[in-house]
Design a protein around this ligand. Structure first.
Ligand code: URA
Length: 434
């Protein structure tokens, strides 16, 4: 077997055998297949695709290419969630303690943000003292004791995906459904949860721009997970506007706390309730309506807030912010951006708004950039709201006022103010899976 023949076969549109994919993943992992051959193969997959069997086989081999976390000592209710990435997506901060309050076991690994999308680990690090790196022993002991821990991804989870993802990034081969599905699911399978709820985002701030593409990706991921013996469900949700009002790390922790206190943005609350409900109903095998009633009660009673407090304290975080959001601190400079004219906010390009927040210091352009935890944007209005000329559109937060001009220009290019009230798009388009 050799890589040249695999490239030729894929270029002709042939399907690979399981042995061929095992050979490929082994060669990626030990470095024996050169990048130029892998790049050619990735492009052939982008152009000719892979069927469901091949995608499942590639995923299983990538999941087995490094550490595979065995969560079985934690029991049958291990439940994970994964978002395909978006702007202002702080759902894990709410869903993890809410699902734990319902009896799910949430032993979760999360990532950092890159480009216009944020990452849960960066958000958690804006809580003073929170430790995102703890030993495996501490991780298991904490989850057994309180039902939840969220840590950064270990260095050796699906290393074959890490290598392929880096190549895809520089060879224009990111947006292929089998490659995205196998990349995401290899890490989710290796992370060990029995039940997995996927939040597949579609719209201007997401990888998948259309509903058709989003549903195809959701189906591919659900099928992989089910073939590998996991309970998987995917919600296909709207990322045409940022989720909630806050974009930026400490600002998003503050907004998550508003929801945990029973208030906050209704769209954010609705998505979080849906995700936690599905984690609970999937892991405990109970009807979604009953799961939703219990999730709503756990949020409204403050039970999820108390789990949040216990979780943050267990990982060394200062819990003063739980009762006083001001304890998170704030940026040195604040700037209010006002509407240039009257009308309805008819469109927001979520990706560009994410880029404006990045320019303020809330995100990274490259993996090595450092983040300013207090930088970001708090929207005053969202799509569909009416606004008068001179009224606030958003507040910008940065360490240095010199950053405001560039961010303001990108933000203003991201929004459209018109005279017709736009129809509200649904928040959750559909649910796929058992
Ligand atoms: N996230 C991943 O982990 N992989 C992809 O391919 C796309 C998004």
């Amino acid at each position: 077997m050799n890589m040249y023949d695999l490239i030729c076969a894929k270029r002709r549109g042939a399907a690979h055998s399981d042995d061929e994919l095992a050979f490929l993943v082994a060669g990626v992992t030990d470095g024996s297949i050169p990048d130029y051959q892998l790049s050619a193969w990735l492009m052939a997959v982008c152009l000719c695709g892979m069927d469901a069997r091949e995608t499942a086989s590639l995923t299983a081999h990538m999941a087995a290419s490094g550490d595979q976390i065995d969560l079985s000592p934690l029991g049958d209710y291990t439940a994970d969630k994964h978002s395909t990435g978006g702007v202002g997506d702080k759902t894990t901060l709410i869903v993890a303690p809410l699902a734990a309050a319902l009896g799910c076991t949430v032993a979760k690994m999360s990532g950092r943000g890159l480009g216009h999308t944020g990452g849960t680990i960066d958000k958690l690090e804006s809580i003073p003292g929170y430790r995102t790196e703890i030993t495996p022993e501490e991780f298991f002991a904490q989850v057994s004791r309180i039902g939840v821990s969220v840590v950064g991804q270990t260095g050796n989870l699906a290393p074959a995906d890490k290598k392929l993802y880096a190549l895809r990034d520089v060879t224009a081969t990111i947006d292929s459904i089998p490659l995205i599905a196998s990349s995401i699911m290899s890490k989710k399978l290796a992370a060990g949860a029995k039940s997995i709820v996927l939040d597949v985002k579609i719209g201007s701030g997401a990888f998948m721009k259309t509903r058709e593409e989003g549903e195809a990706l959701a189906r591919a991921m659900v099928e992989i997970g089910q073939n590998c013996g996991r309970n998987v469900r995917a919600l296909v949700t709207n990322m045409d506007i940022p989720l909630g009002y806050a974009i930026g790390n400490a600002l998003e922790v503050a907004e998550a706390l508003e929801v945990l206190h029973g208030g906050g943005c209704s769209a954010l609350r609705e998505i979080c309730l849906a995700l936690a409900t599905n984690m609970y109903s999937l892991s405990h095998n109970i009807p979604p309506e009953e799961a939703m009633a219990r999730a709503t009660a756990a949020l409204d009673s403050g039970a999820a807030l108390e789990v949040f407090r216990t979780w943050i304290a267990a990982q060394g975080g200062d819990t003063a912010c739980v009762d006083d959001i001001a304890a998170l601190g704030t940026a040195a400079c604040v700037h209010t951006l006002c509407a240039p004219k009257d009308g309805y906010l008819t469109h927001m390009d979520a990706e560009r708004i994410g880029r404006a927040a990045m320019l303020l210091g809330a995100g990274r352009a490259t993996k090595t950039d450092t983040i300013d935890p207090h930088a970001g944007i708090r929207l005053a209005v969202r799509t569909g709201d009416r606004i008068a000329s001179g009224e606030p559109l958003a507040q910008f937060y940065a360490a240095d006022a010199a950053k405001f001009a560039a961010a303001e220009q990108v933000f203003l290019e991201a929004i459209t103010i018109g005279q017709e009230k736009p129809e509200r798009a649904p928040l959750i388009y559909t649910t796929i899976g058992n």
